[in-house]
Structure formats: structure tokens, C-alpha cells
Design a protein around this ligand. Structure first.
Ligand SMILES: Cc1ncc(COP(=O)(O)O)c(C=O)c1O
Length: 398
């Protein structure tokens, strides 16, 4: 019989949650889940103050575009608010098929499947295709949804240094030549704003005969011809098997997609658990994404304005001596190097009316604690001037 002195009592799940230090820290400093009372364009209202939104991913600024709003309104009137079930059982709707055809045509792919979140699309795009015994090569900095997909696949995972084709080649050299292989990467890294070194990385992927899944949540609408994304930016469409992404950024909606050859999309519909068992994209969100995709192709001024704003904004940050981690895109981190500095910087921006989001280790590598910002085509010159004042103030506070 174990002496009570030596026996450990395992805390219950309830006790463990109550004692969780990360939750206590979050509630004490309260930097996340702030409640906003209203939003109009780039302005959000909190406690009676209008703040400039610099944290959302409304890259093309289409969330308040009249055509997008009208399309969502008309779809809800015609189809109701929700399909209230999965397409496998409840059936697809005309608006799903129309959006999938439109997205596939835009991306130059044969077919596409849309889900109710980008997280589900990207997860399903990995988990449905890899299996036990396969080897998955993954960039160390990929998004959580891709890691979840990798975990659920039960494949073996080999990580390579962020955006390093040389490390990818070195890691791949030690893997079994007989295993089926997959490469998982992002087109534009959401936290860093880096563009994948796709030509060099795909050269290694070809040597290794990798099936490639690219998450282009932050490249879609931002890079390539008319915003066709990272593969279009590099002209490498034929090399990437599946492109997945989100409708919640440039397409001003919520939801996600997986696009690729028709046989692979049909395979996803047969084997993707999240595809089969999760309720379908709602009518309003489908219509908003579809209308935004039309706007993207007929009103090039939004993409032009996004890049003009990005150039002005990053030049302003560099003039203040801020470290943007070499971001090449509208997703712009400001690296502060410790969680304390990131917190004081974030708070100073908020004090001056600019809303951003902090990302601290372990969500980012140790020493890369940062304030993550994203510029939009909708930011006006006045917004940029207000952001510049707030940044100058925050620099003095750290
Ligand atoms: C790289 C990347 N992939 C996937 C997702 C998930 O997309 P969603 O927010 O539409 O679920 C995100 C969201 O932040 C992302 O940054």
C-alpha cells in the first residue's frame, strides 16, 4: 500500500483549468478579446472612443463595399440564414457550387471545395491526404491549423527551418526514399509577412516527389495577377497540388477553400472528416465572398491602394527604427523582443487610438515577441497619419 506521504493526487480537469497560469495572465492584463461596440470601415468604437483598426486582415478593405453587403443581404433573403447542416447529408446549394466554380476558375484550378472556416479547409487539406507511414515536411512557422492537420493524419513529420530550402534539402536527405511525401507550407506567413521562397523550395519538393499543400490565406488577394496569390506571383501553378486558404481576409467574409485537381477535391469530399461532418458555409458568407471576388477582378484600385499603403506604412516604421522582421507584405509584425516591451508598445498604441494585437512566445519564437499589424486598402491618409503619431509615441514608451 502506498504511503499517503508519497502518493500524488492528480488535479481534476476543473482544477487544472482554474489554476492555468496562461489564462490568469491573460485575464490580468486583458490584451485579447476586447469588446468593441461598433465598427465602420477602419474605425472601431470602444468605450466611446473611435480606434483605428490595424489588427484585422481586411487587406482589400471590402467588408463595407456596397456590392459585397448587398450580395450578402440578397442571399440571406433568398436562402435564409444557414444551411443548418453538412453538404454530404443536407445537400449542396447553388451558391456553394457557384462560389467553388468561380474560385477554381480564378485560381486556374479544376475544382474547389468551400468550408465554413479557413481553419477547417487548411486542416482538412492536409489531414485527408496524408496517412500513417507518410512523411510530411513542414516549415517550422506554419499556422496552427496546418499542425492540427498534420497531427490528425498520423504521418511522420519533419520540420525544416523557416523558409529555408537548404534546410528542407538537408532534412529530406535523411528520410526513407520509399515513403510517400508531402510538403506543407504557407504562401505568405501570417505572423512574419514573409513570402515563401517558392521557386527554390519547389525545386527540392520536385526532387523529393512531394505532394504539396500550400496555405495561401495571406497571399490570396494580395499577391499575383489581380490577387491570384503566391503561386501566381511566382508562376508556379502546375507545381502545387493543393492551394487552401481563407475567405476571411481579402474576401471580406468568413470560410475557407481547398482548390486543386478535380479527382483530389472529390477525394477530399469522400475522406475529409471536417468536409463531411461540419455544417456548410452559410448563404450570406458565400455571397459576400463571391461578390468580393468579382470586385477584386473588376476594381483593381483596391489592390493598388493596398500596396501603396503598405509601402508608406513600412517606410514610416523603418524611419522610426522599428524592426518589421523583413516583412514583404501588408502583414507587418513589429518585433519588440520581449513580452514586456510588446505589452507596453501595444498599450501605448491603444492609448493613442490604434488597435493592434500582441503575439508573444511560445506563439512566436523566443525573442521575437511582437505586435502584429496588418494594413488595408481602406486605411485613409488620415488613418496613416494617426498611426504614425501613435507609433512615434509608442517608441518613446519602450
Ligand atoms: C495562415 C492561416 N491559415 C489559415 C487560417 C485560418 O483561417 P480562418 O480564420 O478563416 O479560419 C489563418 C487565420 O488566421 C491563417 O493565418
Amino acid at each position: 500500500m502506498a504511503l499517503p506521504f508519497f502518493s500524488k493526487t492528480t488535479p481534476s480537469i476543473r482544477e487544472r483549468c482554474r489554476a492555468d497560469p496562461a489564462t490568469k495572465l491573460r485575464l490580468r492584463y486583458a490584451p485579447y478579446y476586447l469588446a468593441m461596440d461598433a465598427q465602420a470601415g477602419t474605425k472601431i468604437r470602444r468605450d466611446g472612443r473611435d480606434l483605428v483598426m490595424l489588427a484585422s486582415n481586411d487587406y482589400l478593405g471590402l467588408t463595407f463595399h456596397p456590392k459585397v453587403i448587398e450580395a450578402a443581404r440578397a442571399a440571406v433573403l433568398e436562402w435564409g440564414t444557414s444551411p443548418t447542416g453538412a453538404r454530404c447529408s443536407n445537400g449542396s446549394r447553388a451558391y456553394h457550387l457557384a462560389l467553388e466554380e468561380k474560385l477554381a476558375a480564378f485560381l486556374g484550378r479544376e475544382a474547389c471545395h468551400v468550408h465554413s472556416a479557413g481553419y477547417l479547409s487548411c486542416l482538412s487539406g492536409v489531414a485527408a491526404f496524408a496517412q500513417k507511414g507518410d512523411v510530411i515536411f513542414a516549415d517550422k512557422n506554419i499556422h496552427s491549423c496546418l499542425w492540427d492537420g498534420i497531427r490528425l493524419s498520423n504521418a511522420e513529420v519533419e520540420r525544416f527551418s523557416h523558409n529555408s530550402p537548404d534546410d528542407f534539402r538537408a532534412v529530406a536527405a535523411h528520410t526513407s526514399p520509399d515513403a510517400a511525401k508531402m510538403l506543407v507550407l504557407e504562401g505568405v506567413y501570417s505572423m512574419e509577412g514573409h513570402i515563401a521562397r517558392l521557386p527554390e523550395i519547389m525545386a527540392v519538393a520536385r526532387e523529393q516527389k512531394c505532394f504539396t499543400v500550400l496555405d495561401d490565406a495571406h497571399g490570396f488577394g494580395v499577391l499575383g495577377r489581380d490577387g491570384r496569390g503566391t503561386v501566381s506571383h511566382f508562376g508556379l501553378d502546375a507545381d502545387v497540388d493543393l492551394v487552401c486558404g481563407s475567405l476571411s481576409k481579402s474576401l471580406a467574409s468568413t470560410g475557407g477553400f481547398v482548390a486543386g485537381p478535380r479527382d483530389l477535391i472529390e477525394f477530399l469530399r469522400t475522406h475529409g472528416k471536417q468536409t463531411i461532418f461540419s455544417a456548410a458555409l452559410s448563404p450570406g458568407q458565400s455571397a459576400a465572398a463571391s461578390a468580393a471576388l468579382d470586385v477584386l477582378q473588376t476594381e483593381p484600385q483596391h489592390l493598388a491602394r493596398l500596396w501603396a499603403n503598405t509601402k508608406k506604412y513600412t517606410a514610416m516604421l523603418h524611419a522610426l527604427g522599428l524592426d518589421t522582421w523583413g516583412s514583404e507584405t501588408p502583414a507587418v509584425p513589429i518585433v519588440l523582443g520581449s513580452k514586456e516591451r510588446a505589452y507596453y508598445f501595444w498599450q501605448a498604441l491603444l492609448e493613442k487610438g490604434v488597435f493592434t494585437v500582441m503575439s508573444i512566445a511560445p506563439a512566436v519564437p523566443v525573442g521575437k515577441d511582437l505586435v502584429r499589424t496588418a494594413i488595408s486598402a481602406l486605411h485613409s491618409d488620415d488613418d496613416l497619419a494617426r498611426i504614425a503619431d501613435a507609433m512615434a509615441y509608442a517608441v518613446k514608451k519602450i
